[in-house]
Structure formats: structure tokens, C-alpha cells
Design a protein around this ligand. Sequence first.
Ligand code: SAH
Ligand code: SF4
Length: 354
Amino acid sequence: MSTTKTPLLGLTLDELKAVVAEEGLPAFAARQLAGWIYGKGVGDISSMSNISIAGRKRLAEHHDVGLMTPLLRQLSADGTAKYLFPTHGGGRVETVFIPDGERGTVCVSSQVGCRMGCAFCATGQQGFQGHLTTADILNQVYSLPERERLTNIVFMGQGEPLDNLDAVLKATQILTADYGWAWSPKRITVSTVGLRKGLKRFLDESPCHLAISMHNPFGTERAAMMPAERSFALTEMLQILRRYDWTGQRRLSFEYICFGGQTDTDRHAREMVRLLGGLECRVNLIRWHQIKADATERCLPGMMTPADMTPSDEKRMADFRDYLNAHGVRCTIRASRGQDIDAACGLLRTKYQS
Ligand code: SAH
Ligand code: SF4
């Protein structure tokens, strides 16, 4: 799939201007190119009819659009579809499309694997194979067969977006720019465990919604599931988050996996209320999608392993949700989708490497 040509997909308007200048095309051709690639999703330079034939030929000598169709598709009984996309670097990455009435959500990956090593996550246990480029991220949107049905994009696939922030910010910039797909940033959510440097930059530079993977309000307990807590504590993260305005367009949410007896107790519910009280946000409770107990190769010493964890039962999750709502913290239970094809949250683990 990979070619020797440089993909145009993933280039900002300024970068497209540099390309057209280099290839001897007029400056206005950059916006035309962006219109074809990002506005219309056209994958072939030769069909960009408002660019001169000679100009298209020159462009195509060194460039292609860089769209790459999925290699595999698995369909869940609930309509969720999981795709395996090639990357420009020769890797493979998984993307999930979730239909829900009028809504169509794509769950995109930002890396192949992940280096955060969360004990409960299949991607984390897969280890890290590499960063995705902006082109690889956008390809999961533009080459998605259900592209026309999309209403939302969530960075909740493989990888930690703040660990590949340049590529993620560029992708969201292109998706929301007037020269790009002109999507509202309100339709895009970036999910993260929280990395100090990346978080501050994201907060300052991106208008997109933010979801924090919290999963436990107690630092020492969180650290036993999520190594990222050791370098950036939740308490410090919350101090930073409280400095930003969440009452306007940009939304803050917290993802919270309910583990039976470990994160779903009254003690945890009370601490959640204490930590989040007065902060404009919502909490999404997630059912843990159990991963294989033998997937422990990445768990650090002193950390929990998947064998130590069980999902909460429905009643306990409902009680936890009701407690938070009754104490002023908005909370909902997220429906689990695509579990039969390992497409649900945290089950993405690319098995097809060659
Ligand atoms: N790396 C980012 C985004 C990808 S993970 C992050 O961690 O936020 C997307 C969400 O799935 C996160 O909230 C993550 O904690 C959750 N998740 C991971 N493994 C899971 C599992 N096995 N069951 C349910 N949710 C899981
Ligand atoms: Fe990485 Fe997110 Fe999985 Fe943690 S939960 S290992 S950050 S993908």
C-alpha cells in the first residue's frame, strides 16, 4: 500500500501552499487542493478538475492524496464495525464505527499500541509500535466507508493522544478549519490518561472536548492500575483543569471504569463527589471489558494485573451513578458496543501485523 510519493492528506493549508509553490502552481491552488481533499474527500489528483491539467500532472509526480482503504472489516451484531487500516509507515491500526440512531461516531486511533501500560487495557498490554502521522489519523476518517454518516469523532481508539499531540492537534485543526472539513470542535472529543506537558498544551491550543480517563479517585490506587498517575497525579491534574472555563462550548468529562469492589464502592463514590464538586463536568461510567488474564506482560512490578480485576454488576453501577447525581456530579452509564468483535473500549489490540 505504501508508495514513494508524499501524501497530501495531513497537510495544513500553509503546508499545501508550500507544496504548490514548489511544484510551480499558483498560490490559490492550495485552497483548491484542500477543498478537494478535505472538503470533498477526493482521493485522486487527476480528478481535481479546477486545477490545470499540467498542474495536476506536476503535483502527481511527487505526491498522491494518500487515502488508503481498510484491509479488514468485522461487523458486530449491534451494527458496530471494526476496521483494520494500513498506516503510511507500513503498520496496521484499528478504527471503530459506532452507529446509534441519527448519530454515527468514529473511534480513531492515535498510535499503534500504546506506551502508557494501563493494567486493564488490551492496547496497553500490546505495547507500543509507533506514532501515527496526521495522514494516518485523518485516513481513518476520510477512508471510513461510513464517512457520510459521521456526526462525532472520538480519540478513544488505540494509543494515548497526548503522547502524539503534534499529529493529533494537526488532525483536529484540519477537521475543524474552514479550508478543511469545517466541522465544529464540539463534535470531537479527545480522551487521555493525562500527561502534564501535553495536557496544558491541549487546553491552550484545542477547542475540542476533553475526556479524562480517571477510573479511580485515589492516587495510590489509580497508580496501581495506571502508571501515568506516577508522573502526573490526578490531584495536580484537577488543579490545572479547574483553571479553565468549562461553562462554554468546550466540555470536560471523566471516564470511569467500574471494577467490582475496587472502584465502585461507597468510599470511591464519596471521593468522586469531593474531588469533582463544583467543577462543570460529567462522569461516564464504563463497564470493564474483561481482557485476557494472561495479558500481563506489560504490568510493572507492584501493579495490578487483569487477573486481579472483575467488572462491576449492573446494580452497583446504577447505585454509583445515582449517588453521584444525587450529590451534584452529573453521571451516566455508557452503553457498551461491539464487544462481540473486540471493538469495545479498551479491547483494540492489533493482531494482524503483517
Ligand atoms: N489512551 C486514551 C484513549 C484511548 S482508551 C485514554 O486512555 O483515555 C479509551 C477509553 O477506554 C479510556 O477511557 C480507557 O481507560 C478505556 N478502556 C481501556 N481499556 C478498557 C477496557 N478493557 N474496558 C473498558 N474501558 C477500557
Ligand atoms: Fe493507553 Fe488509554 Fe489503554 Fe491506557 S487506557 S494503555 S492510555 S490506550
